[in-house]
Design a protein around this ligand. Structure first.
Ligand code: NAD
Length: 256
Protein backbone atom coordinates (compact mmCIF):
# COMPACT_ATOMS: atom_id res chain seq x y z
CA UNK A 1 0.00 0.00 0.00
CA UNK A 2 1.31 3.46 -0.95
CA UNK A 3 1.52 5.89 1.93
CA UNK A 4 0.49 9.47 1.24
CA UNK A 5 2.60 11.29 3.81
CA UNK A 6 1.77 14.75 2.51
CA UNK A 7 -1.80 15.07 3.80
CA UNK A 8 -2.78 15.18 7.45
CA UNK A 9 -4.83 12.28 8.81
CA UNK A 10 -7.77 12.50 11.21
CA UNK A 11 -9.65 9.73 12.98
CA UNK A 12 -13.21 10.85 13.69
CA UNK A 13 -15.38 8.57 15.82
CA UNK A 14 -19.14 8.55 15.36
CA UNK A 15 -18.67 10.13 11.93
CA UNK A 16 -21.49 8.20 10.28
CA UNK A 17 -24.06 10.78 11.39
CA UNK A 18 -24.69 14.10 13.10
CA UNK A 19 -21.81 16.23 14.36
CA UNK A 20 -19.22 13.54 13.57
CA UNK A 21 -20.33 13.34 9.94
CA UNK A 22 -20.25 17.14 9.63
CA UNK A 23 -16.69 17.05 11.04
CA UNK A 24 -15.65 14.35 8.56
CA UNK A 25 -16.91 16.44 5.62
CA UNK A 26 -15.40 19.68 7.02
CA UNK A 27 -11.99 18.06 7.59
CA UNK A 28 -12.00 16.32 4.18
CA UNK A 29 -12.85 19.64 2.49
CA UNK A 30 -9.70 21.03 4.09
CA UNK A 31 -7.63 18.28 2.44
CA UNK A 32 -7.37 16.03 5.49
CA UNK A 33 -7.61 12.25 5.00
CA UNK A 34 -10.35 10.91 7.26
CA UNK A 35 -10.78 7.55 8.99
CA UNK A 36 -14.54 7.32 9.38
CA UNK A 37 -15.06 5.24 12.54
CA UNK A 38 -18.64 4.35 13.39
CA UNK A 39 -20.85 1.55 14.65
CA UNK A 40 -23.09 1.63 11.58
CA UNK A 41 -21.82 0.21 8.26
CA UNK A 42 -24.42 2.03 6.07
CA UNK A 43 -23.65 5.32 7.84
CA UNK A 44 -19.90 4.81 7.30
CA UNK A 45 -20.49 4.14 3.59
CA UNK A 46 -22.63 7.25 3.25
CA UNK A 47 -19.97 9.54 4.82
CA UNK A 48 -17.12 7.95 2.82
CA UNK A 49 -19.06 8.29 -0.44
CA UNK A 50 -19.72 12.00 0.06
CA UNK A 51 -16.03 12.58 0.85
CA UNK A 52 -14.82 10.57 -2.15
CA UNK A 53 -17.40 12.12 -4.52
CA UNK A 54 -15.94 15.50 -3.54
CA UNK A 55 -12.39 14.38 -4.30
CA UNK A 56 -11.34 13.65 -0.72
CA UNK A 57 -9.85 10.53 0.85
CA UNK A 58 -11.63 8.40 3.44
CA UNK A 59 -11.41 4.93 4.89
CA UNK A 60 -14.35 3.35 6.64
CA UNK A 61 -13.72 1.50 9.91
CA UNK A 62 -16.57 -0.32 11.57
CA UNK A 63 -15.91 0.50 15.22
CA UNK A 64 -17.56 0.17 18.58
CA UNK A 65 -15.57 2.67 20.63
CA UNK A 66 -16.55 0.89 23.84
CA UNK A 67 -14.27 -2.00 22.74
CA UNK A 68 -10.60 -1.10 23.15
CA UNK A 69 -9.53 -3.52 20.41
CA UNK A 70 -11.79 -1.71 17.91
CA UNK A 71 -10.16 1.64 18.72
CA UNK A 72 -6.70 0.09 18.36
CA UNK A 73 -7.75 -1.37 14.99
CA UNK A 74 -8.83 2.03 13.64
CA UNK A 75 -5.45 3.52 14.57
CA UNK A 76 -3.63 0.57 12.98
CA UNK A 77 -5.71 0.91 9.80
CA UNK A 78 -5.04 4.65 9.53
CA UNK A 79 -1.30 4.12 10.07
CA UNK A 80 -1.17 1.22 7.59
CA UNK A 81 -3.06 3.23 4.96
CA UNK A 82 -1.58 6.70 5.35
CA UNK A 83 1.42 6.31 7.67
CA UNK A 84 0.39 8.99 10.16
CA UNK A 85 -2.31 10.18 12.55
CA UNK A 86 -2.37 13.91 13.24
CA UNK A 87 -5.84 14.42 14.67
CA UNK A 88 -8.39 12.53 16.74
CA UNK A 89 -11.93 13.80 17.11
CA UNK A 90 -13.41 11.66 19.90
CA UNK A 91 -17.02 12.41 19.07
CA UNK A 92 -18.98 9.14 19.37
CA UNK A 93 -21.45 9.36 22.22
CA UNK A 94 -24.89 8.22 23.27
CA UNK A 95 -27.60 10.06 25.14
CA UNK A 96 -29.60 8.20 27.76
CA UNK A 97 -32.23 10.23 29.56
CA UNK A 98 -33.91 9.70 32.88
CA UNK A 99 -33.40 10.63 36.52
CA UNK A 100 -30.85 8.74 38.57
CA UNK A 101 -33.69 6.83 40.25
CA UNK A 102 -34.81 5.51 36.86
CA UNK A 103 -31.35 4.44 35.72
CA UNK A 104 -30.77 0.76 35.05
CA UNK A 105 -27.51 -1.20 35.14
CA UNK A 106 -27.68 -1.49 31.34
CA UNK A 107 -27.93 2.32 31.07
CA UNK A 108 -24.81 2.67 33.23
CA UNK A 109 -22.88 0.18 31.16
CA UNK A 110 -23.82 1.88 27.91
CA UNK A 111 -23.01 5.40 29.10
CA UNK A 112 -19.73 4.42 30.76
CA UNK A 113 -18.77 2.18 27.84
CA UNK A 114 -19.36 4.64 25.01
CA UNK A 115 -19.13 8.14 26.51
CA UNK A 116 -16.26 7.56 28.94
CA UNK A 117 -14.29 4.40 28.11
CA UNK A 118 -14.91 4.94 24.39
CA UNK A 119 -13.34 8.41 24.52
CA UNK A 120 -10.44 7.14 26.64
CA UNK A 121 -9.80 4.11 24.38
CA UNK A 122 -9.88 6.35 21.29
CA UNK A 123 -7.28 8.66 22.86
CA UNK A 124 -5.15 5.73 24.08
CA UNK A 125 -5.03 4.28 20.57
CA UNK A 126 -3.60 7.43 18.94
CA UNK A 127 -1.28 8.66 21.71
CA UNK A 128 1.71 6.35 20.98
CA UNK A 129 2.12 7.57 17.38
CA UNK A 130 1.51 11.20 18.42
CA UNK A 131 4.15 10.89 21.17
CA UNK A 132 6.57 9.37 18.65
CA UNK A 133 5.96 12.24 16.22
CA UNK A 134 5.94 14.79 19.10
CA UNK A 135 2.80 16.35 17.68
CA UNK A 136 -0.92 15.84 17.51
CA UNK A 137 -4.27 17.37 18.31
CA UNK A 138 -7.11 15.64 20.13
CA UNK A 139 -10.58 17.16 20.30
CA UNK A 140 -13.21 15.58 22.53
CA UNK A 141 -16.90 16.22 21.94
CA UNK A 142 -18.27 16.88 25.42
CA UNK A 143 -21.47 18.88 25.94
CA UNK A 144 -22.82 22.00 27.57
CA UNK A 145 -24.40 19.41 29.90
CA UNK A 146 -20.90 18.83 31.34
CA UNK A 147 -21.05 22.32 32.83
CA UNK A 148 -24.75 22.84 33.57
CA UNK A 149 -27.14 20.36 35.18
CA UNK A 150 -30.28 19.28 33.35
CA UNK A 151 -33.25 17.49 34.90
CA UNK A 152 -33.60 13.92 33.68
CA UNK A 153 -30.05 13.71 32.29
CA UNK A 154 -28.10 12.52 35.34
CA UNK A 155 -25.76 9.90 33.93
CA UNK A 156 -25.34 11.63 30.56
CA UNK A 157 -24.31 14.86 32.32
CA UNK A 158 -21.96 12.88 34.56
CA UNK A 159 -20.32 11.17 31.58
CA UNK A 160 -19.82 14.43 29.69
CA UNK A 161 -18.26 16.08 32.78
CA UNK A 162 -15.95 13.04 33.00
CA UNK A 163 -14.63 13.65 29.50
CA UNK A 164 -13.50 17.13 30.57
CA UNK A 165 -11.49 15.56 33.41
CA UNK A 166 -9.81 13.22 30.93
CA UNK A 167 -9.18 16.10 28.51
CA UNK A 168 -7.39 18.17 31.16
CA UNK A 169 -5.30 15.21 32.41
CA UNK A 170 -4.17 14.32 28.91
CA UNK A 171 -3.37 17.96 28.12
CA UNK A 172 -1.19 18.15 31.25
CA UNK A 173 0.48 14.80 30.60
CA UNK A 174 1.19 15.25 26.90
CA UNK A 175 1.86 18.97 26.45
CA UNK A 176 5.57 18.11 26.69
CA UNK A 177 5.08 15.78 23.71
CA UNK A 178 3.67 18.58 21.55
CA UNK A 179 0.17 17.14 21.80
CA UNK A 180 -2.77 19.48 22.36
CA UNK A 181 -5.98 18.17 23.93
CA UNK A 182 -9.18 20.21 24.00
CA UNK A 183 -12.93 19.73 24.17
CA UNK A 184 -15.98 21.34 22.65
CA UNK A 185 -19.14 21.77 24.72
CA UNK A 186 -21.94 22.09 22.19
CA UNK A 187 -25.41 23.21 23.09
CA UNK A 188 -28.58 21.90 21.45
CA UNK A 189 -27.66 20.79 17.91
CA UNK A 190 -30.05 19.49 15.26
CA UNK A 191 -28.44 16.15 14.46
CA UNK A 192 -29.62 12.79 13.20
CA UNK A 193 -30.07 11.78 16.84
CA UNK A 194 -32.76 14.42 17.42
CA UNK A 195 -34.20 14.11 13.91
CA UNK A 196 -34.68 10.33 14.30
CA UNK A 197 -36.09 10.71 17.81
CA UNK A 198 -38.62 13.26 16.57
CA UNK A 199 -39.45 11.17 13.50
CA UNK A 200 -40.32 8.34 15.91
CA UNK A 201 -42.93 10.67 17.41
CA UNK A 202 -44.22 11.64 13.94
CA UNK A 203 -42.47 15.04 13.81
CA UNK A 204 -40.56 16.46 10.84
CA UNK A 205 -37.22 18.32 10.90
CA UNK A 206 -39.10 21.56 10.28
CA UNK A 207 -41.25 20.88 13.35
CA UNK A 208 -38.08 20.10 15.33
CA UNK A 209 -36.56 23.45 14.24
CA UNK A 210 -39.78 25.18 15.27
CA UNK A 211 -39.62 23.52 18.72
CA UNK A 212 -36.03 24.67 19.27
CA UNK A 213 -36.87 28.29 18.40
CA UNK A 214 -35.93 30.57 21.30
CA UNK A 215 -32.94 28.44 22.37
CA UNK A 216 -30.02 30.49 23.72
CA UNK A 217 -29.28 34.10 22.78
CA UNK A 218 -29.54 33.42 19.06
CA UNK A 219 -32.99 31.91 19.45
CA UNK A 220 -32.23 28.63 17.70
CA UNK A 221 -30.38 25.33 17.97
CA UNK A 222 -27.07 24.77 16.12
CA UNK A 223 -26.60 23.01 12.81
CA UNK A 224 -23.96 20.21 12.99
CA UNK A 225 -21.70 22.18 10.61
CA UNK A 226 -21.46 25.03 13.13
CA UNK A 227 -20.05 22.65 15.74
CA UNK A 228 -17.80 21.01 13.15
CA UNK A 229 -16.23 24.43 12.48
CA UNK A 230 -15.25 24.72 16.15
CA UNK A 231 -13.87 21.16 16.13
CA UNK A 232 -11.87 21.99 13.03
CA UNK A 233 -10.43 25.15 14.59
CA UNK A 234 -9.30 23.21 17.67
CA UNK A 235 -7.89 20.35 15.59
CA UNK A 236 -5.98 22.63 13.21
CA UNK A 237 -2.82 24.69 13.66
CA UNK A 238 -5.02 27.80 13.84
CA UNK A 239 -5.37 27.00 17.56
CA UNK A 240 -1.69 26.11 18.07
CA UNK A 241 -1.47 27.80 21.51
CA UNK A 242 -4.73 26.40 22.93
CA UNK A 243 -4.66 23.25 25.05
CA UNK A 244 -6.53 21.91 28.06
CA UNK A 245 -9.60 24.00 27.26
CA UNK A 246 -13.31 23.33 26.99
CA UNK A 247 -14.79 25.67 24.39
CA UNK A 248 -18.51 26.37 24.72
CA UNK A 249 -20.48 26.53 21.47
CA UNK A 250 -24.06 26.93 22.64
CA UNK A 251 -25.40 30.05 20.95
CA UNK A 252 -25.19 31.85 24.28
CA UNK A 253 -27.48 29.40 26.10
CA UNK A 254 -25.24 29.29 29.19
CA UNK A 255 -24.99 33.07 29.53
CA UNK A 256 -28.65 33.49 30.44
N1 NAD B 1 -26.93 16.79 19.29
C1 NAD B 1 -26.74 17.55 20.36
O1 NAD B 1 -27.60 18.38 20.71
C2 NAD B 1 -25.46 17.42 21.16
C3 NAD B 1 -25.15 18.41 22.08
C4 NAD B 1 -23.97 18.30 22.82
C5 NAD B 1 -23.13 17.23 22.64
N2 NAD B 1 -23.45 16.26 21.73
C6 NAD B 1 -22.51 15.15 21.58
O2 NAD B 1 -22.10 15.07 20.23
C7 NAD B 1 -21.76 13.71 19.90
C8 NAD B 1 -22.49 13.31 18.65
O3 NAD B 1 -23.87 13.45 18.87
P1 NAD B 1 -24.91 13.55 17.66
O4 NAD B 1 -26.07 14.31 18.18
O5 NAD B 1 -24.21 13.97 16.43
O6 NAD B 1 -25.36 12.02 17.56
P2 NAD B 1 -25.92 11.14 16.32
O7 NAD B 1 -26.72 10.07 17.00
O8 NAD B 1 -26.60 12.01 15.34
O9 NAD B 1 -24.60 10.51 15.69
C9 NAD B 1 -23.79 9.70 16.51
C10 NAD B 1 -23.00 8.72 15.65
O10 NAD B 1 -22.20 7.95 16.57
C11 NAD B 1 -22.30 6.58 16.22
N3 NAD B 1 -22.09 5.76 17.41
C12 NAD B 1 -22.94 5.53 18.44
N4 NAD B 1 -22.39 4.67 19.32
C13 NAD B 1 -21.15 4.35 18.84
C14 NAD B 1 -20.12 3.50 19.28
N5 NAD B 1 -20.26 2.77 20.40
N6 NAD B 1 -19.00 3.40 18.56
C15 NAD B 1 -18.87 4.12 17.39
N7 NAD B 1 -19.82 4.92 16.91
C16 NAD B 1 -20.96 5.04 17.63
C17 NAD B 1 -23.70 6.41 15.66
O11 NAD B 1 -23.79 5.25 14.83
C18 NAD B 1 -23.88 7.72 14.88
O12 NAD B 1 -23.43 7.60 13.56
C19 NAD B 1 -22.13 12.89 21.13
O13 NAD B 1 -20.97 12.67 21.91
C20 NAD B 1 -23.11 13.78 21.88
O14 NAD B 1 -23.15 13.50 23.24
C21 NAD B 1 -24.60 16.33 20.98
Amino acid sequence: MMHDHSAKVAIITGSGAGIGKACALRFANAGINVAVADLSEPAIKSTCKIIEDNGGKAIGCRTDVSAEKDCQKVAETALRTWGRIDILVANAGVQIGGSLLETTEADWEKILGVNLKGVAYSCKAVLPTMIEKQSGSIVINSSINALFGTAGMAIYDMSKAGTLGLMRSLAVEHGKHGIRVNAVCPGNTITDFHINKMAGKGNTVEQLREMTKGYGLLGRAAEPEEIANVMYFLASDESSFITGQAIIADGGFSVT
